[in-house]
Every structure is written in structure tokens, then in C-alpha cells.
Design a binder for this molecule. Structure first.
Ligand SMILES: CC(C)(COP(=O)(O)OP(=O)(O)OC[C@H]1O[C@@H](n2cnc3c(N)ncnc32)[C@H](O)[C@@H]1OP(=O)(O)O)[C@@H](O)C(=O)NCCC(=O)NCCS
Length: 144
């Protein structure tokens, strides 16, 4: 049974354990605290165990930028990612933003397919750091 709720500071250690499984960047406790205060971090629990977390920031008043999308390895391929992506789309629609934006590492096939399945389109690339990233965008104007 999936339960999606807002995160709080007590979730930090579990989320850090999940994030430590991956090479992807991890929120520091300060960032985690700020995300919880802003009510922009969501947790998905499966039978009471934290399976996933994700956060967002609103950019330029009209775009929701998704960050820190992490599913615990033991819950992957069980449509946890899909469930929370759909939840974030509902949050975005309720906030009347025009688009969802996400960046993924160029060789992250799992994340790329998850985004494509959810209707995101490859819209550019970035290489500010050594890692090459793809910018994924989903337009929401047709949901207004
Ligand atoms: C990417 C990630 C979030 C996917 O989460 P998940 O819960 O396993 O994904 P889901 O089970 O909801 O899968 C939804 C769709 O994504 C795609 N997908 C997920 N994992 C995949 C994989 N390993 N290979 C190929 N496609 C995959 C499939 O299209 C899948 O649909 P299907 O099961 O009907 O074929 C998860 O693997 C993860 O946390 N990875 C490590 C951290 C990371 O890469 N985060 C993303 C940074 S942008």
C-alpha cells in the first residue's frame, strides 16, 4: 500500500541511507531541513517503510524543477517512481505551473525511461560539471 506524505526532519537519516546507494547528489541536512520547512519534499511509504523521496523548487514562478528523485534499491521496478512522478504532476497542476523540469545523467537509462513514460521530452543538455546531463521537460499548459 503506497502512502505519499510531506517529509519532515525525522526522515533525514532514512533518506540519506537511500541516497547513499547512488552516485547522485544528496541533500545535506541543511538543504533537507529547508525543503521540509518549505513543504517541498515528499516521501512515499510502502507498508510503512520509506521507499522514495523527491523534492521540488519553483523557478521563475512558472516551472517546477524536480530534484533528488531516489528510490530505495529494494523497492525499484515496483512503480514507486511512477506513482510519485504522477503525484508531483498533480502538485504542479494545483500550483498552476506551466511545466515540469528535471535533469538526468546522460547514462541513466532507468530515469530517462521513467521520464519518457511520464510524457517528458528531451529538451537540451548541460555540462556545467564533469557529468553530462540531459534536461527533461513536460509541458502542462494543456492541463489548465
Ligand atoms: C530511476 C528510478 C527513480 C526509477 O524508479 P522505479 O521506482 O524503479 O521506477 P518504476 O518502477 O516506477 O518504473 C517506471 C518506468 O521507468 C522505466 N524504468 C525504471 N527502471 C528502469 C530500468 N532499470 N531500466 C529501464 N527502464 C526502467 C520503465 O519505463 C518503467 O516502466 P515499466 O515498469 O512499465 O517498464 C530509480 O531507479 C532510482 O532511484 N535510481 C537511482 C537514483 C536516480 O537515478 N535518480 C534519478 C535521478 S534524475
Amino acid at each position: 500500500m503506497n502512502n505519499i506524505r510531506l517529509g519532515n526532519l525525522d526522515d533525514f537519516e532514512t533518506c540519506k541511507e537511500i541516497a547513499d546507494n547512488f552516485d547522485e547528489s544528496t541533500p545535506t541536512i541543511k538543504i533537507f531541513q529547508k525543503l521540509c520547512q518549505n513543504e517541498s519534499l515528499y516521501i512515499l511509504e510502502k507498508s510503512g517503510i520509506i521507499a522514495w523521496f523527491i523534492s521540488y523548487q519553483i523557478l521563475w514562478n512558472n516551472s517546477m524543477f524536480l530534484q533528488f528523485l531516489r528510490v530505495s534499491p529494494k523497492f525499484q521496478r515496483q512503480w514507486v517512481g511512477k506513482a510519485l512522478m504522477q503525484h508531483m504532476e498533480q502538485v504542479a497542476v494545483s500550483q498552476k505551473v506551466d511545466e515540469l523540469i528535471s535533469t538526468i545523467l546522460v547514462d541513466n537509462i532507468a530515469s530517462e525511461w521513467l521520464h519518457i513514460q511520464q510524457g517528458f521530452i528531451k529538451s537540451g543538455s548541460m555540462n556545467f560539471t564533469e557529468a553530462q546531463e540531459i534536461v527533461m521537460i513536460k509541458e502542462l499548459w494543456n492541463t489548465k
